[in-house]
Design a protein around this ligand. Structure first.
Ligand code: SAJ
Length: 425
């Protein structure tokens, strides 16, 4: 059945969803506050650097606007706006709240509102529902439905895309659940799993990402321990992963970035804390992962010690700015803290990321290595993995900190370069 669908937010979640819904036969209006994004979409162009334009943009199945009045004609209104955290790690729901207020102004009876943005359990019923009821004068469950279908986009993933990732759906009423599951089944090839409540659906996403943060903290703690014990963490994890059940490999690194993993646990930590429960494991995992940029600096300090150099006054090149390989996204990137720590220790810092040239202070890998005495590999971009020990030696590098254990320490053994990984050599 063809529906009128309003997608709020043309970011890495909303844009692929809007395109998919249009390709699956729905009439889509994408609403965004950015006039630039709106005009790009209406000109048949992608609003995102990392996502291609889709031919459907050139059909009348989708249009973009900054005007929320399109909500009045929508059967489904899907909210795909950011849910960041404040500097004090408290959840920042302001983008969601302003989207809800704008929706409420035009909301009509019979509409189903779906929140895809990641939130902690309780936000839909305790924040969004009263906000929309108060500003629209309509009654949830009677005049409009409210559902939650947490986004699961994995930036840079070629295999799992919005059309084939399984989804979970929770709703305020059984009718809302039925309508929302049917809508997602009309656009998603993957399984659509109905949950018993909004809170359950909200909890699923937070649990997925907290699970990942805890597992990364586990291997990061192992790495710091194994550096002392002289054990190669990467080889141990790879070997443990040969067990075909009950083990899931994660790898140590110089930090945990992105808009999901380092953020989402705080939503649950704060909500539970507000109800008298302290998530010790989540809090400790965040502390361990948050300490990895400083650990990478300690590895540099250790390596420079071996060549009688101090960090102060040394030319240090940081390779990478993005929070993960082969994408251009610096949100919550641990590299930003690595750079701050180097500068606070008076190192002469050069930064190069081929995906983030505007924030790099040189524009090529050759220029980044020229005159460098030490290198910190902070993001394992493809372009960096081709670097040879010979090239590094020729450039005059004497210390190499492999923040993503992307290189083989054996290759540095017979060189003049002191190598330090994270839990590796
Ligand atoms: N990281 C490690 N060690 C690991 C894995 C990741 O240090 O073993 C670091 C990365 O370098 C990065 C951060 O953690 O700085 C996050 O990496 P990520 O691979 O989890 O990438 P994200 O943030 O794009 O996470 C997304 C999430 N997807 C959604 O929230 C919908 C997450 O749930 C996925 O598990 C993840 O992609 C994925 O599997 O790649």
């Amino acid at each position: 059945m063809k529906h009128n669908v309003a997608v709020i937010g043309l970011g890495y979640v909303g844009y692929p969803l809007a395109v998919l819904a249009a390709k699956k036969g729905h009439q889509v209006t994408a609403i965004d506050v950015s006039k630039t994004k709106v005009s790009l979409v209406n000109a048949g162009k992608s609003p995102l650097a990392e996502e291609p334009a889709d031919p459907v943009l050139r059909t009348d199945a989708i249009r973009a606007t900054t005007d929320f009045s399109a909500v009045a004609q929508a059967d489904f209104v899907i909210i795909c706006v950011p849910t960041p955290i404040h500097h004090n790690k408290q959840p920042d729901l302001s983008p969601v709240k302003s989207a809800c207020l704008a929706i409420a102004e035009h909301l009509q009876k019979g509409t189903t509102i779906v929140l895809e943005s990641t939130v902690n359990p309780g936000v839909s019923e305790e924040v969004i529902l009263p906000l929309i009821e108060e500003s629209s004068g309509l009654v949830a469950g009677k005049d409009f439905q409210l559902s939650h279908c947490p986004e699961r986009i994995n930036p840079g993933d070629a295999k799992w895309k919005v059309h084939n990732i399984p989804r979970v759906v929770g709703s305020y009423t059984p009718l809302g659940l039925k309508k929302t599951v049917a809508f997602y089944q009309s656009i998603i090839e993957g399984n659509v799993v109905p949950m018993q409540s909004l809170k359950e659906a909200e909890a699923v996403k937070i649990v997925e990402n907290s699970f990942r943060d805890v597992n990364i903290a586990f291997v990061n703690e192992l790495a710091m321990s194994f550096d002392v014990l002289g054990i190669n963490t990467k080889r141990v994890i790879d070997a443990a992963a040969t067990k075909p059940f009950a083990f899931m490999a994660h790898y140590p690194g110089c930090g945990v970035g992105g808009h999901c993993i380092p953020v989402d646990p705080y939503y649950l930590i704060e909500y539970a804390r507000g109800h008298g429960f302290e998530h010790q494991l989540l809090v400790n995992s965040r502390r361990i992962n948050g300490g990895m940029p400083a650990y990478a600096i300690s590895r540099l300090f250790d390596a420079l010690n071996d060549v009688q150099l101090a960090i102060s006054g040394t030319n240090v090149t940081v390779l990478g700015l993005s929070y993960k390989a082969n994408i251009a996204d610096m949100r919550e990137s641990p590299v930003l803290e690595i750079i701050d720590l180097l500068k606070s220790r008076n190192a002469n810092v050069t930064v190069f990321d081929p995906y983030v040239l505007e924030q790099s202070n040189v524009k090529s890998l050759d220029a980044a290595l020229k005159g460098a005495q030490a290198v910190i590999l902070a993001t394992a971009h493809e372009e960096f993995l081709g670097l040879s020990v010979k090239e590094l030696q020729k450039a005059g590098i004497v210390a190499f900190v492999d923040g993503r254990n992307a290189f083989d320490p054996e290759e540095f053994k017979n060189s003049s370069i002191v190598y330090r990984g994270i839990g590796v050599a």
